[in-house]
Design a protein around this ligand. Structure first.
Ligand SMILES: NC(=O)c1ccc[n+]([C@@H]2O[C@H](COP(=O)([O-])OP(=O)(O)OC[C@H]3O[C@@H](n4cnc5c(N)ncnc54)[C@H](OP(=O)(O)O)[C@@H]3O)[C@@H](O)[C@H]2O)c1
Length: 496
C-alpha cells in the first residue's frame, strides 16, 4: 500500500557524512535507516534502525531494503554514501590487483546500482507527494583523473553515469537522482575537509526541493479530490492564504539558482542571503516604497547572481536582476515600471487582478523576444512577458522552475555565457555523432538545426547536465566559434 511516511535510508553511514545526514533528516521528521559493516542492530528504535551489511556484496542490498520496508516503511529518500579506495603509487596505478579493483567497484558502483534498482521499485509504490529522491555521494573523480585513486575514480565515474541515466529516464515520473560532490568555493575538491553538517542540510534541501511530478499525474490527483468534494456544501469564504510563504518562495529560487550554478552560471557568482536576510539599505529604495511587506521581505530573502561575464542569461535576451546590487537599483526600478505599465491588466490564474505591490520582476528582457519574468508573490505564480510578442502564464512558480529546468536538461534551451540563449525546442535530436567538418561545410548563416545539434553534442561531451564541466565546455564552444567564416557568422553575442 502506498505510504506518505518519510523514510530515509543511508547506505554507508559513518561519523563524517552519514551520521550528519541521519541527524538532519531525523530533525525533519524522517524515520532513519542507516547501514555500515559495523552497525549495531541492538540500538534500534521505532524511528531509527541500524543494519549491518557489507556493500562489497551487491546481493546484500536487496536484504537491506527488505528490512527497512518491513520495519519503517518504503524509503522515500535513499542516500548512497559508502565508498572504497585502495590507494596505489600514482606512477603505477596498474599495480592494483584485479581482486582489489573488483571489490572497490562493488562498493562504489555495483551496490549503488543495486540500490538504484531497489529505490525505483520502492518509489513506484509511493504517492507523488513523497520525495522519491536518490542521492549518491560522489567527489571530483567522475571528471578528474588521479592515478593513485584509480579504483575510486572508476567507481565514481561509472556511478555518475548511472545517476545521469536514471535522472533522465525517471524525471517524467517525478523521481529525482543526484550525484553530490562538495567543492570549495574556487571549485577545487574538499578532500578530507568535507563538511558533514552541510551535506545533511543540502541533502535535505534536495529531498524537499522541486516537485517534479508530471502535470498529468497532479491533475489526475486533483480531479479525484474534486470528485470527493462534489457533494459538500459550499464553505464560507475564508481569508485568502497565499500558497507559498516568503521562506518557501526563497527556497524555490535557491533551488533553481543552485541548479543554474551546475550549468552555465558560475557557482562563485551565486549570492546566498545571510540568515537575517539582505540589509534593507542594500535594496533599491525606489522599489521598496511601492511594494508590500511580503515582497520587501522576499527581496531580503532571495538569493541573487552577481552580474558578471560568466553568469549572464537565464533565457532568450533575459537577465536575472540582483536587487542587492546598488549598481542595478536604477535599472531595476525602470524594469519594474516598464513591466507593469505594459501589462497593467495582469491577472492571476483564478482571474484576480495582480497587484504590482505584490509582484517582483526577477528577470528582465530586452529587445523583441526577450523574456521578462515576474513573480506574483501573493498567488505564487510567474508571468512571462515576451517583449513585443506575447504574455505567457500565469503559472505556479514551482512548476515554472521545474519546466524551465526540464528545458535546460533536454537542451531545448541552449545557453552560453556571453551569447544569447537559444530556444531550440523545434530542433530535433540527431542520431549518431556529428563531425565538425559536416558543420563547417554548411554555407547558410549560423543557426541551422545542425549547428544547434552540434552545440548540444559539445555540451553532452562535457557532462551535460548532471556533471557539466562548464569552463571546459565553454572553452570548446569558443574554440569552435573562432573557426567561423565571414559568410556564416556565429552564435549571436549577448548584449551585456
Ligand atoms: N567531495 C569530496 O571531495 C569528498 C571528500 C571525501 C569523501 N567524499 C565522499 O563522501 C562519502 C563518505 O565519506 P566518508 O567515508 O568520510 O563518510 P562517512 O559517512 O563518515 O562514512 C561512510 C561509512 O560507510 C561505511 N562503509 C564503507 N565501506 C563499506 C562497505 N563495504 N559496506 C558497508 N558500509 C561501508 C563505513 O562504515 P563501516 O566501516 O562500519 O562499514 C563508513 O563509516 C564517500 O562516498 C566519499 O567518496 C567526498
Amino acid at each position: 500500500m502506498a505510504t506518505t511516511s518519510k523514510v530515509v535510508l543511508i547506505l554507508g553511514a559513518g561519523s563524517r557524512v552519514g551520521e550528519h545526514v541521519a541527524r538532519t533528516f531525523a530533525s525533519q521528521g524522517y524515520k532513519v535507516a542507516s547501514t555500515s559493516r559495523s552497525a549495531k542492530e541492538t540500538d534500534d528504535t521505532s524511528e531509527a534502525i541500524h543494519i549491518a551489511a557489507d556493500l562489497s556484496d551487491p546481493q546484500a542490498v536487496a536484504g537491506v531494503f527488505f528490512k527497512v520496508k518491513n520495519s519503517l516503511g518504503v524509503p522515500s529518500v535513499v542516500v548512497y554514501n559508502a565508498a572504497a579506495a585502495t590507494p596505489k603509487d600514482a606512477k603505477n596505478p596498474a599495480s592494483l590487483s584485479i581482486a582489489e579493483f573488483t571489490k572497490s567497484l562493488s562498493v562504489n558502483t555495483t551496490s549503488a546500482y543495486a540500490a538504484v534498482q531497489e529505490a525505483v521499485q520502492g518509489f513506484e509504490q509511493l504517492p507523488h507527494t513523497s520525495s522519491r529522491t536518490f542521492i549518491y555521494t560522489g567527489n571530483i573523480l567522475n571528471t578528474t583523473v588521479m592515478p593513485a585513486l584509480l579504483d575510486l575514480g572508476v567507481g565514481k565515474a561509472a556511478t555518475a553515469h548511472i545517476i545521469q541515466a536514471a535522472a533522465t529516464a525517471y524525471s517524467n515520473r517525478g523521481f529525482k537522482f543526484y550525484y553530490a560532490d562538495e567543492r570549495k568555493s574556487d571549485g577545487s575538491p574538499s578532500y578530507n575537509a568535507i563538511d558533514g553538517e552541510a551535506h545533511g542540510q543540502f541533502y535535505a534541501e534536495l529531498a524537499e526541493a522541486g516537485d517534479v511530478t508530471p502535470k498529468s499525474e497532479k491533475e489526475a490527483a486533483n480531479e479525484s479530490v474534486d470528485e470527493n468534494e462534489d457533494d459538500e456544501e459550499e464553505e464560507e469564504e475564508e481569508e485568502y492564504e497565499p500558497p507559498y510563504t516568503v521562506e518557501e518562495l526563497a527556497k524555490l529560487f535557491l533551488d533553481f539558482y543552485k541548479f543554474l550554478a551546475t550549468l552555465h552560471y558560475d557557482p562563485s557568482d551565486l549570492k546566498i542571503p545571510p540568515p537575517e536576510g539582505w540589509a534593507i539599505e542594500s535594496l533599491p529604495a525606489a522599489i521598496l516604497k511601492r511594494k508590500s511587506t511580503r515582497v520587501v521581505e522576499l527581496m531580503r530573502r532571495l538569493p541573487y547572481f552577481r552580474e558578471g561575464k560568466t553568469s549572464t542569461h537565464v533565457h532568450y535576451k533575459s537577465k536575472l536582476v540582483d536587487y542587492s546590487d546598488p549598481a542595478q537599483h536604477y535599472y531595476a526600478g525602470m524594469r519594474d515600471d516598464l513591466f507593469f505599465d505594459l501589462n497593467d491588466k495582469l491577472e492571476s490564474f483564478d482571474g484576480e487582478t495582480v497587484d504590482p505591490a505584490e509582484s517582483i520582476v526577477f528577470a528582465w528582457g530586452y529587445e523583441s523576444g526577450g523574456h521578462y519574468f515576474a513573480l506574483d508573490a501573493l498567488h505564487g505564480e510567474v508571468t512571462v512577458d515576451v517583449v513585443r510578442m506575447n504574455l505567457l502564464g500565469p503559472e505556479d512558480v514551482k512548476e515554472f522552475f521545474e519546466n524551465l529546468k526540464k528545458e535546460y536538461r533536454d537542451l531545448k534551451l541552449v545557453p552560453c555565457p556571453g551569447r544569447e540563449t537559444i530556444e531550440a525546442e523545434g530542433v530535433d535530436e540527431r542520431e549518431g555523432p556529428i563531425e565538425q567538418s559536416e558543420v563547417m561545410a554548411q554555407t547558410q548563416a549560423w543557426g541551422t538545426n545542425l549547428d544547434w545539434q552540434f552545440v548540444r553534442q559539445i555540451y553532452r561531451e562535457h557532462g551535460w547536465v548532471y556533471a557539466f564541466r562548464r569552463v571546459e565546455a565553454i572553452r570548446a564552444i569558443e574554440k569552435f566559434m573562432a573557426l567561423k567564416s565571414e559568410e556564416r557568422g556565429e552564435w549571436e553575442t549577448a548584449y551585456l
